[in-house]
Every structure is written in structure tokens, then in C-alpha cells.
Design a protein around this ligand. Sequence first.
Ligand SMILES: CC(C)(COP(=O)(O)OP(=O)(O)OC[C@H]1O[C@@H](n2cnc3c(N)ncnc32)[C@H](O)[C@@H]1OP(=O)(O)O)[C@@H](O)C(=O)NCCC(=O)NCCS
Ligand SMILES: [Zn+2]
Length: 236
Amino acid sequence: MWRLPLGAGHWAGLDVLDPTERERHARFLRAADRDRYQAAHLGVRLLLGHYLGVPPAELRFSRRCRHCGAGHGKPTVAHPATKLDFSLTHSGDWVALAVAAAPVGLDVQEIGDSTDLAILSATVLAPAELRWWREQPPARARRAFFRYWARKEALLKATGYGLAVPMNAITVSPPDEPARLLDWSAHRSLDGPVQLYDLDTGPDYTGAVAVLSSLPVRITQAPLPLGAVRSALSGG
Ligand SMILES: CC(C)(COP(=O)(O)OP(=O)(O)OC[C@H]1O[C@@H](n2cnc3c(N)ncnc32)[C@H](O)[C@@H]1OP(=O)(O)O)[C@@H](O)C(=O)NCCC(=O)NCCS
Ligand SMILES: [Zn+2]
């Protein structure tokens, strides 16, 4: 899992987005959103280009939704042919990318204090989770809620279902226990065994990664050495 540096300066001079990505980048009204988009999508192209040995501008992506077929689904590499999967997340100061040799989903959530959790809780939490969560002291409840949320979104992103599967149809382990999927009562197939891990994202964020594989998984988490990747790409 790579954390990508934010700020236009890091990415200056990289002209590798395709026309659709350029158009989306230009459409953001707020500079912070533009910066997050730029870091995410240039980061994906640079890193996958590096892993797959192709110039970043030559990568092509598909975003076909597995639920309804429209173009808003999980982005996957359409060219070159590869089994590598990736997952992107952007939240607050965090833009990160997970790359794995199996379906992967990554989610980082900013623990904001503006969200009204009492209203959201029944949409996000399954009945057993809701009972556990309501017993937590207020000082712990907020972080615990976003821990649940990140774990579930990581699963929804690994499977590619996105919000087509209701979050409250999924039950994961309580946030003070190691991350584990307990129940997937959603009426949709799971593509394989699920491994779920919490990430270390500091006090203001929660993060989780899901991998759909029975093979042993080792998670490495690091800031992207952008200078080294850029220099390798330019033959330096
Ligand atoms: C999947 C989703 C819920 C994640 O949102 P989020 O936690 O707010 O945002 P994050 O920054 O963590 O993740 C967004 C990234 O996830 C990826 N993504 C989008 N849809 C995805 C899906 N179905 N599965 C996996 N990844 C997905 C994209 O890379 C996206 O970033 P990009 O648009 O810049 O490429 C969100 O992308 C979304 O709202 N999707 C459409 C709604 C939906 O799924 N509707 C049902 C359609 S039938
Ligand atoms: Zn859809």
C-alpha cells in the first residue's frame, strides 16, 4: 500500500492522463479535490507502468460496474493484460493505492466530527454491530464507527460491488478485535476467501485493506518514493 504525496508540485511535468481523466480532473471546483485526483491517477499510472513495464500513458483502464454494467464500477487494468489488481482511496490528506496479485480493496476514512453518526449508523452497521457500537463510550464510539466503515468499504471495493451491496448487510468483527469478515448476508456472490486487515493511518483516519485470496498475504505500507519512480521511468 503506497501513500501518495499531495500537492501539484510533486507531479509537475507528468502529462500521462488520458482525455477522460483530464476532463474529470478539470471538472473539480475545489483545488483540494483536484490535487487528490491528480495524485491518485498519476500515482496509479506511474506505479502500474513501473510494475508492468509499460509507459504510464499506454495503460488503459476499464470501469465497468459488475452490478449494472455502467461505467462507474471498480477500475481495473484493461491493457496490458495482467492479474495485478489495484484500489484507490482519497480522503482528507490521504491518497493511497494498494496493488496486489489478487483482487484488492483499500479504504481510508477521515474521522470527521461533523458527520451525524446516530443518523448514519443504521445504514452502515448490521444489527449485531449496532448493538456493540451503542454500548461504547462516546470517546471510543466515533473512531470505532469509522473503523467499521473502512473495513466494509475495503470489502465492497475488493469485490467491486461498491454501494450495490448495502453496508448493513455485511458483519465484520468488532473494531477492538483483529479485522475479520463474520457474515456476508448480501445476496451476491463472494469471489473467494476474504482476508481483511486494518492499516495504520494515524489518529485522525481509519484504514483497511481487503484481499480476496487464500494465499498468505503480507501487507507493506510506505510513502511512495516518487522521485525514484520518476527517475526510473525517465531511464535515470
Ligand atoms: C465505491 C465508492 C463507494 C467508494 O467511495 P469513497 O469511499 O467515498 O471514496 P474513495 O476515495 O475511498 O474511493 C474512490 C475510488 O474507488 C474506486 N472505485 C469506484 N467504484 C468502485 C467499485 N465499485 N469497486 C471498487 N473501487 C471502486 C475508484 O478508483 C474511485 O476513485 P476515482 O473515481 O478517482 O477513480 C464510490 O466510488 C462510489 O460511490 N461508487 C459509486 C456508487 C455505487 O457503487 N453505486 C452502485 C452502482 S450500481
Ligand atoms: Zn452500477
